[in-house]
Every structure is written in C-alpha cells, then in structure tokens.
Design a binder for this molecule. Structure first.
Ligand SMILES: CC(=O)SCCNC(=O)CCNC(=O)[C@H](O)C(C)(C)COP(=O)(O)OP(=O)(O)OC[C@H]1O[C@@H](n2cnc3c(N)ncnc32)[C@H](O)[C@@H]1OP(=O)(O)O
Ligand SMILES: CC(C)C(=O)C(=O)O
Ligand SMILES: [Mg+2]
Length: 521
C-alpha cells in the first residue's frame, strides 16, 4: 500500500466488493470459477482493491480469497474479518499467497448495534478495535478498519475509535453508511468532522461505503469525496446487501465526467465497464434495469425526435459521455454465416474473451455457426451470450445434447431430451408437463433424478427481434444452498434446458465440496 505521504492526493482508490458485499445480495451466490472470472476482469480494469470474501464465513469464501490472492498480481486483495482472533487469523491464512494483501476488520460503533447486536459497551468496542487492528498489523501492514453503522454513531465516540484505530496501525478508515440512512450533506459533514477532529487523521486514507436503501449511495459516495474521502467501496451494477451498494460504474463515470467539479480521478479503465457489468449480470442472473445509468440498455439510446435531431447534428447535445468511454463501440468486425475461425478469434479478442480455453472456443465457434445459419443479423451481444454460456463448462459432468418439444394449445405438451452424463449419452427421455418449460424441466428430472427445487426462472432477450437469442437464468436450491445456471440459444426452450443443466452441474460441484464421496445421480 502506498503510504498516505506518497500517494497522489487526487486519486480516489476504487475498492470493489462485488465478491463480498455484492454476493450478500439474496440469491446471488457465485462459485469459485465465476469469482475468478470476475476478479480477472476487475484487475484488468484497474480496480485498486478487490475484496474477495469473508474467509471465516465459509470454506467457499476462504477458498475464494485464497485463489483470488493467488491469481491477482496488481490489485490489492482484501479479506473481511470481525474483530476477533479467529476471523483475523483465518483472513491472514486465506491471503497468504496474495502479493498485495489487506485485512479488513470491522466492528459496529452505533448505539443500536452495540447494545442489541454486539452486547458490548463503548469501552469494549474501543478495546477490541485496538486489540484486533494491532493483531491484523502483525500479519500485514495494510489494514483497514470499518466502523459498521458509522452514520448512526455518536460523533465523539466515533472520533475516539478512529483515532485509536489509526494509532493501532489502521491505514484505511472506512466510515460505512451500513443501512443507507445518511443524506449526502450529512454524510459529507461526517467526513469533514472526522478529518478535522481526529488528530492523526492524516495518517490514514478515509473511505466511504454506502448502501442504497434510500437510493443515494452514489450521491453519498461523491459527497464523501468532496469532503476528503479518497477510497470508495462499491460494486459492479450496484449489487449488494438489500438495495445494494454504490454502483462502481456510476461513481467512476461521475468522477470522470465531472472532473471539472470534482478535481479527482480514478485509475479505472472505463472502457472495461460494459464488459464487467455484463459478466456480473450473466453470472448472478441479476438483470440490469434498462434505464440504469451507464450500463442500462437505454443509457445511450435516443428515442424521441427532437433528441435524435440534436444527436444527428452534434452528439454533445444529449450525450454527456460517449458510449465508447464505457466500452460500447460500433463493432469493427461484422460477424455472419460466412465468418471463419480467424474472424471469430479476432472477435473474441475485441470483446475481451481471448483467455478462453481451446475447447471452449471450438464449442463456441460451432454454436456461433449454427446460430448464424438461423439468424440474419449476428450482433456482438449474440456472440457474448454464446461465450458466456460456454465459459467454464468444460468440466461439466452433464451435457445438453438435444431437445424436441411439442407445445401449443392442443397438447399434450411434452419434451424429448437427450443428455450426456460423464461422457456417455443416456437414452432419450420423454416427459409431459403443464406447458413446454415444465415439460423440459420434468424431462431433466427424469434424465438426472435430483431433489433440488426451482427457485427462479427468468428469460431475457439478448437483442431485439423475434429471432433474438434468449438468455435464461435458472436458480436451484438444495439443502439451503443455491446456485444460478445460465443458458443462451435462439430457442427459448433450448436455452432453458441449457440453463437448468448448468445449474445442476454447479450443484454437483457444490455437493462434492461438502461431501467428498462418489456421487450418484
Ligand atoms: C455489514 C456487513 O456486511 S457485515 C458482513 C456480513 N456478512 C456475513 O454475515 C457473512 C455470512 N455470515 C456467516 O456465515 C456467519 O454469520 C458467520 C460465520 C460470520 C458467523 O456465524 P456464527 O458464529 O454462527 O454467528 P452468528 O452469525 O449467529 O452471529 C454473529 C456473531 O458475531 C458477533 N459479531 C458481529 N459483528 C462482529 C464484529 N464486527 N466483531 C466481533 N463480533 C461480531 C455477533 O455479536 C454475534 O456474536 P454472538 O454469537 O456471541 O451473539
Ligand atoms: C463490513 C462493512 C464494511 C459493511 O459491509 C457495511 O458496513 O455495510
Ligand atoms: Mg456493506
């Protein structure tokens, strides 16, 4: 960590917590392979700190922090810990391979949290802060301390805690608006007061961590910067506990677009924003609302005549940033049924997917050709949907082979499904259902018997038009564990079957991790 004395005073550190607070969004669990894909994209986009998990919380979180730490070289990797020995030692162990590591320890400072949740007095919270920040410093010289529920804390007590945490060795002081209660002017005043009143405040970087319960997480983060905060904790697409965290793309683009006012900058390569947003949305199944700032489908769309006239005459009439600046660009390579492998590889590079394995590329190419035979216009979104669908599938035990469905008002609706399990095709199964999707899912249960319950079934059109690919998310739950599966295809039912098969494969991996015994179907 650059010391506060040498760091650029106008650089805002971007601390991404998609993999920790983002994953706390209900229904948004990610597996290790998915977390590594996201971490790779975050590092490439220049994120300063990646919070990869809360190592004591589960073996999965421990593994995620350890493996992200092994993979990532440029970003600092952080692991979360409560103020106790076990949490901090587990975080230190998880971070052992990280070239640049941070222990992030937190404790609540608000009366309501201390009295009812922690059952601790102010003096106990203060003593714990000192004891466990010091312990964390024995493991790394980059220690962040967070005052959970800071915005509802007594200011005198908060000042004492911050001073003590810095004295004990904290290099970053995070002042979270944990429940999304603060208003921008109030949150800014809190930072101003702390920075002014705490005598050693110049020895630490002050950080904002805002939740969006009242829809002001980004506004609060920007207000905090105005008051001296130089780290923002945020997530891709604003994912996170309850209404989510401050959205990284909004914070970063506000800083970039309003540099005239804010006078600060980040190290984020904003051209990677769209790709990161799309990846997180595909992996979690949390669709981005069309009117979401920066990454929504309509963020750069101009529908009404006067706007279109303005845009045609001069883009700045209605655009305060260019689509290119967030990675939306007119494709240089038009793909279609006559495109070959060379063009496909070039397209992968252009879209940032060049790291895919050879088998996945071959499978994706086959599916692309297949789609191009059926669909007139192939957009980048179509290629991305196939690539996302193929990525990370090479070790799947269950593979989708073919599907035939009878649907319509005459019924009976039924599905004939062919799967391959452990490399061997199984005989086709026929199942009936209350509609074609039900028939497909019943066929999957017959072909590969399981107890998992369907929690979510969601369909999203990748592009406009009746021949658009469908991207389907399926969420399955088994013994309290949930997984999300994704599938894409021009046929919604095939996409549904693929998504279900993907989720089943993830459940099998999860089962293997919790009970390392031979699995039967
Ligand atoms: C604002 C935030 O985002 S905080 C992070 C939230 N993330 C998570 O909770 C991750 C998922 N959590 C879990 O898996 C579990 O809650 C665990 C593994 C962390 C803890 O599980 P358990 O040991 O069973 O404790 P449980 O969750 O029931 O209660 C939390 C305990 O931690 C204590 N605690 C909470 N915060 C802190 C803290 N910052 N420092 C010290 N102790 C704390 C609580 O007082 C409570 O202690 P108690 O059991 O003595 O009453
Ligand atoms: C753990 C802390 C930083 C947190 O997520 C919050 O207070 O919202
Ligand atoms: Mg939080």
């Amino acid at each position: 960590m650059t010391s506060t004395a040498t760091r650029d005073p106008n650089q805002v550190i971007i601390f991404d917590t998609t993999l920790r607070d983002g994953e706390q969004a209900p229904g948004c669990s990610m597996n290790l392979e998915e977390k590594l894909r996201i971490a790779t994209v975050l590092e490439e986009m220049g994120v300063d700190v990646i919070e990869a998990g809360f190592p004591i919380a589960s073996n999965g979180d421990f593994e995620a922090v350890r493996e992200v730490g092994r993979l990532v070289k440029n970003s600092i990797v952080a692991g979360l810990a409560r103020t106790n020995r076990a949490d901090i030692e587990r975080a230190a162990e998880a971070l052992q391979f990280a070239e640049r590591r941070r222990i992030h320890t937190f404790i609540s400072t608000s009366p309501v949290h201390m009295r009812h949740m922690l059952k601790m007095t102010e003096e106990e919270v203060l003593a714990r802060t000192v004891e466990y920040v010091s312990l964390a410093r024995n493991h790394t010289d980059d220690v962040e301390w967070s005052a959970q529920d800071a915005s509802r804390s007594d200011i005198d007590f908060l000042c004492r805690c911050v001073e003590a945490a810095i004295k004990a060795g904290a290099t970053t002081i995070n002042i979270p608006d944990t429940v999304g209660y603060a208003m921008p002017q109030e949150y800014a005043a809190l930072f101003r007061t702390l920075i002014e009143r705490v005598p050693n405040s110049d020895k630490a970087v002050f950080s904002a961590h805002c939740h969006n319960d009242l829809g002001v997480a980004v506004a609060n983060s920007l207000a905090a910067i105005g008051a001296g905060a130089r780290q923002i904790e945020c997530t891709i697409n604003g994912l996170g506990e309850r209404a989510g965290n401050a959205s990284m793309e909004e914070v970063v683009m506000a800083i970039r677009t309003r540099h005239d006012l804010m006078k600060v900058h980040t190290g984020i390569k904003t051209e990677n924003i769209t790709r990161a947003s799309r990846l997180v949305s595909t992996i979690t199944g949390f669709q981005v609302q069309p009117n979401k700032a920066i990454v929504g489908a309509n963020a750069f769309a101009h529908e009404s005549g006067i706007h279109q006239d303005g845009m045609l005459k001069h883009a700045e009439t209605y655009e305060i940033m260019t689509p290119e600046s967030v990675g939306l660009h007119r494709s240089s390579l038009v793909m279609g049924k006559h495109s070959g492998r060379a063009a496909f590889r070039a397209k992968l590079k252009e879209l940032g997917y060049e790291d895919m394995g050879e088998n996945a590329i071959n499978d994706a190419f086959g599916r692309f050709k297949d789609l191009a035979d059926r669909k007139k216009d192939i957009y980048d979104e179509d290629v991305i949907a196939i690539l996302d669908d193929e990525a990370g599938r090479q070790h799947d035990r269950i593979r989708f082979l073919a599907l035939h469905v009878v649907a319509g008002s005459r019924g009976p609706q039924h599905a004939v499904l062919e799967l391959e399990v452990d490399g061997k095709p199984i005989p086709p199964v026929v199942a009936f259902g209350n509609g074609p999707v039900d028939a497909v899912f019943n066929a999957l249960k017959l072909a590969f018997p399981h107890e998992a319950r369907l929690q979510l079934y969601q369909v999203h059109a990748v592009t406009a038009g009746t021949d658009a690919q469908a991207e389907v998310t399926v969420r399955l739950e088994e013994q309290g564990k949930t997984v999300n599966g994704q599938g894409a295809d021009a046929d919604t039912l095939v996409a549904s079957a693929r998504a279900y098969v993907h989720a089943l494969n993830k459940l099998l991996t999860k089962r293997l991790k919790t009970a390392p015994v031979a699995l039967s179907a």
